[in-house]
Design a protein around this ligand. Structure first.
Ligand SMILES: [Zn+2]
Length: 489
């Protein structure tokens, strides 16, 4: 009897503490499936959506007026680099202001390790957004090969790496990522990757790759990613799909043919794309063979990005007067060649630059494919405008201004498409019973504001964001709530 009374009292306390239900009224509901928007209301109780459509608020509900606004499932960023950023900034303003409610870390082959420790730490200090984690190929490669990684792995090393991938997967990772253009991953061969992908596949994971070459040899690299999926029988996600040099610019139709042929054979290939045509890095990354004082290598590097007019200095400690000018303009003003200028800048200590990586025609063709999602490849504190602008940029520039795609298709690429890849059954769409991860935004004004000069300016147009039913964004500010969960496999 005492127990029963205690239980009752406990239930009453819980009832008192549970937040009031929320009804968002009269919004254009874009449900994430790609269906046409329809006007209606959505009611949230606890962490769930309980009703959608012709729903009247009940007494005691918090009522949010959604008239004139769009209500979509929270955006899911399948390629995000906020691993350490979330720790310093759990409110994640730059992410939440875009409408992001779930992000995936551990991309490009580099992940936290061990996965169990990462998940436990993050659970102790939660953030505003949900987090999922991949096992990094380079991460397990270093675990096994230590500093002796500049060679293909031996069979017994591959077996040990596979065991680590399985360990990461059973600890809660959702797949295997690789970064084959980067130092540690670049020494691996396809055989190694197939073996590790098989280990991830055993646990229901997918394979996500920053492919081996996004430049002159991009087609070989796309084919390798597809072959890994085919041989390991694992779904493949091509990260930040890109044609990055003059030699392959405007060849996106051929990439689409390659991927569609694989999909017809039954290989589950998808991709994500960020909505920017330029990268931001140090000037030396232009020259892959690292011969920065060799005029022929430098000339090839500049030719690859379409010439010196496509490289803008954004920071140069030795020559602040160069900042926000192109190599072409600076060289002309000095009466030297861009190659001579490049060599001098590197000698003087280098600079950070913005380089053209893609042409709009290719970005547009990629976004027109149903199997291409929106992802940022950005993250908290990363100096590229994509970190704070990707999702609003697609909705503002590509949907509203350029009319490349419909609002509902863009939202599908940000919600149910990544949710399907991530096997998130109860997120990514708006329907009764789903988790209430939601974004309320103004389709007429949503826009990115971040630039290469000022990469952290918050996007505008997002009015409200809810994660598991708790409001994390209100009136242009984070609310301070940190309902984000670790979504382990
Ligand atoms: Zn990458």
């Amino acid at each position: 009897m005492i127990n029963f009374a205690l239980t009752l009292a406990f239930a009453a306390v819980l009832l008192l503490q549970s937040p009031p239900a929320v009804t968002i009224t009269g919004a254009r509901i874009i449900d994430g499936t790609g269906a046409a928007p329809r006007t209606g209301s959505v009611r949230i109780e606890g962490d769930r959506i309980t009703a959608v459509g012709d729903v009247a608020p009940r007494d005691g509900d918090v009522v949010v007026d959604g008239r004139g606004l769009a209500l979509a499932p929270g955006f899911i960023d399948i390629h995000n680099h906020s691993t350490s950023g979330l720790l310093q900034n759990p409110a994640a303003e730059t992410q939440v202001a875009q409408g992001i409610t779930t992000l995936v870390v551990g991309a490009d082959g580099s992940s936290p390790w061990p996965i169990a420790a990462f998940l436990a730490d993050r659970r102790k200090s939660p953030a505003a957004v949900n987090v999922m984690v991949m096992v990094g190929h380079a991460t397990v490669r270093r675990q096994v090969m230590n500093d002796d990684y500049k060679r293909p792995a031996r069979d017994e090393e591959i077996a040990r790496m596979a065991a680590l991938v399985e360990q990461g997967m059973s600890e809660g990772a959702i797949g295997l990522s690789s970064g084959l253009e980067y130092e540690v991953g670049s020494y691996s061969d396809t055989k190694e990757l197939v073996a590790l992908a098989k280990a991830a596949a055993k646990h229901g994971g997918f394979y996500m790759s920053h492919i081996r070459d996004e430049a002159d040899r991009a087609f070989e690299a796309f084919s390798e990613a597809i072959a890994i999926g085919e041989q390991a029988r694992i779904p493949v996600q091509i990260s930040h799909i890109k044609l990055g040099t003059v030699a392959v610019w405007r060849k996106s139709a051929a990439v689409v043919r390659l991927v569609e042929a694989a999909r017809k054979r039954g290989v589950d290939v998808t991709a994500d794309c960020y909505p920017y045509d330029a990268w931001h890095s140090t000037i030396t990354v232009l020259v892959p063979n690292k011969r920065y004082d060799d005029p022929a290598s430098v000339k090839k590097a500049l030719d690859d990005v379409g010439g010196a007019r496509n490289v803008m200095i954004d920071r140069d400690r030795a020559h602040p007067e160069y900042e926000f000018k192109t190599l072409d303009a600076i060289a002309k003003a000095q009466g030297i060649t861009p190659v001579e200028l490049f060599i001098q800048i590197v000698k003087d200590g280098g600079a950070s630059v913005v380089g053209k990586s893609m042409v709009e025609e290719d970005i547009r063709r990629f976004y027109s494919q149903p199997w291409v999602m929106v992802a940022s490849d950005g993250g908290i504190g990363l100096r590229h405008p994509r970190s704070a602008g990707s999702f609003p940029r697609v909705l503002g520039k590509f949907v509203r201004e350029e009319r490349w795609l419909s609002l509902q298709e863009a939202v599908r690429k940000m919600t149910s498409a990544p949710a399907a890849r991530l096997k998130l059954a109860d997120r990514g769409t708006i329907a009764a019973g789903r988790i209430a991860d939601l974004v309320l935004f103004d389709p007429a004004t949503i826009a990115d504001r971040s630039t290469f000069q000022d990469p952290f300016v918050l996007a505008t147009g997002v009015k409200g964001v809810w994660v598991s039913g708790a409001r994390v964004w209100d009136a242009g500010k984070p609310t301070g709530a940190v309902p984000g969960q670790m979504l382990a496999r």
